[in-house]
Design a protein around this ligand. Structure first.
Ligand code: URA
Length: 460
């Protein structure tokens, strides 16, 4: 173990460099830092006083040595207070948001926000863009012509007060430390560390001014957490963190081995979300949307329990109120409502190609690798290879066959949509490679595995 010189940070002039070295050394040698240490590091880094190379060393030291709960809480608090923390307490209602740890075909936020808001619970939602192989709610919403996800805070508050729902992207003022830290983690192999992931997600969500939060924590081939045990630890960490900050937090643990629904991409996922709101969505997307809606409605005080929450959500769909709320949201954020009313009228949305079942395939689809589909979709142009890349709003796949379904040679397996044909052939080949075929398919496992709140786990 290295020598520890108990110098506390003053963060002035030359001393900055020296004291940060002490903090890195402490962390490297497995010691816990104090709240003051962590706040000094994070605020120094956000202000540009702590250089990237020192923060990178600290990140790796923490990654290798681990962090205590107290350190993680301190990190979250410093990241949360690195920017504006919204106060929505003057607006009526219990404000509830949802966050998913990311998956393929995961368009749930879109129908969910409209349903929950139509049931009377205000939903202020700040979402992200596609990350790696996973899609992002903002990229999907922006595939609606005219829809803007950039909004200043007064307009955000006004729309929430008037409409009961608002869906925007992170502003520069919200948790700026996370933005800087995430970019550094991305290039220093320190992303996959539960305390960092939990602090990153919670700092942004808590800054929204919400009263309660529902988390969809995914595991499997298409999730950031491949292993169920890691997803459980992440869920436990985030629920504990949320509660620590006075925000009631519930998590559902869900599988992400196969893409959710039939649509993977941008506009195709919006069109599928509209089907969910019309009561005609794929069973997996609809059931997960209803389960998450029920949790939000209970937290928002609109339902006594999950069963009542599901019934309320179903009623909002059946009455058309949820779809109307989505149309109003699109209208309020500058989007073209006519394509919501008639998704087939969206220009350029018809498929450019079909992927067909090969002659030597088995008779049944046994699996569709969600990660491979996500990567094929990014290759098609629906996501970004580099941060500065633009996305193709029309790029995406419609999966016509899902695991367990019978197939015949030459039958259409999927449709490929894009604004231009340049990448279609390569993406079609990549998509086909994501399918496995056989003679029999096993029973599909439950999508929603478990539920966690402050009192512990219970089967969902
Ligand atoms: N999503 C986030 O917002 N942060 C992480 O660290 C990982 C996923």
């Amino acid at each position: 173990m290295g020598v520890y010189l108990p110098v506390r940070p003053h963060f002035i002039c030359q001393e900055i460099v020296m004291n940060v070295v002490q903090l890195i050394r402490l962390k490297r040698d497995g010691h816990a830092l104090t709240d003051t240490d962590i706040d000094a590091l994070v605020s120094g880094f956000t202000a540009g006083d702590v250089p990237d190379y020192q923060m990178a060393a600290f990140l790796m030291a923490a990654f290798k040595s681990g962090m205590t709960t107290q350190e993680m809480v301190a990190l979250t608090r410093s990241m949360l207070h690195s920017g504006v923390v919204l106060d929505l307490s003057d607006l009526p209602g219990i404000k509830v948001d949802k966050h998913s740890t990311g998956g393929v075909g995961d368009k749930i936020s879109i129908p969910l926000a409209a349903i929950v808001s139509a049931c009377g619970v205000p939903v202020p939602m700040i979402s992200g863009r596609g990350l790696g192989h996973t899609g992002g709610t903002l990229d999907k919403l922006e595939s609606i012509p005219g829809f803007t996800t950039a909004m200043d805070i007064p307009s955000y508050r006004r729309q929430l007060a008037e409409l009961g729902v608002v869906m925007i992207g992170q502003t520069d003022d919200i948790a700026p430390a996370d933005k800087k830290l995430y970019a550094l983690r991305d290039v220093t192999a320190t992303v996959e560390f539960i305390p960092f992931i939990a602090a990153s997600i919670l700092s942004k969500k808590l800054a929204e001014g919400i009263d309660a939060l529902v988390l969809d924590v995914k595991f499997g081939a298409g999730a950031f957490m491949r292993e169920e045990k890691d997803a459980r630890t992440l869920a436990e960490t985030m629920v504990r963190l949320g509660e620590e900050f006075g925000t009631t937090t519930v998590a559902l643990l869900t599988r992400m081995d196969t893409p959710l629904g039939a649509a993977v991409g941008n506009w195709v996922e919006v069109a599928e979300s509209i089907n969910v709101l019309r009561g005609d969505g794929p069973p997996d997307v609809t059931s997960l949307t209803l389960a998450l809606a029920a949790e939000m409605l209970v937290l928002g005080g609109a339902a006594a329990d999950a069963r009542e929450g599901v019934a309320l959500a179903e009623k909002a769909i059946a009455s058309g109120q949820a779809l109307t709320r989505f149309e109003d949201l699109v209208d309020a954020q500058g989007g073209d409502v006519s394509v919501v009313r008639d998704p087939d009228s969206r220009r350029g949305s018809t498929a450019l190609a079909e992927v067909r079942v090969p002659d030597d395939a088995g008779r049944v689809v046994t699996a569709i690798d969600a990660m491979a589909v996500g990567l094929a979709c990014v290759g098609l142009g629906a996501g970004r290879a580099r941060k500065e890349d633009s996305v193709d709003p029309l790029a995406g796949f419609t999966l016509l066959k899902k695991p367990g379904e019978a197939v015949r040679p030459g039958e259409a397996l999927a449709l490929v949509h894009a604004s231009s044909s340049g990448r279609v052939a390569a993406a079609s080949a990549d998509l086909l490679a994501a399918f496995s075929f056989g003679d029999t398919a096993g029973e599909a496992p439950e999508l929603i595995v478990d539920r966690l709140d402050a009192t512990g786990w219970e089967p969902s």
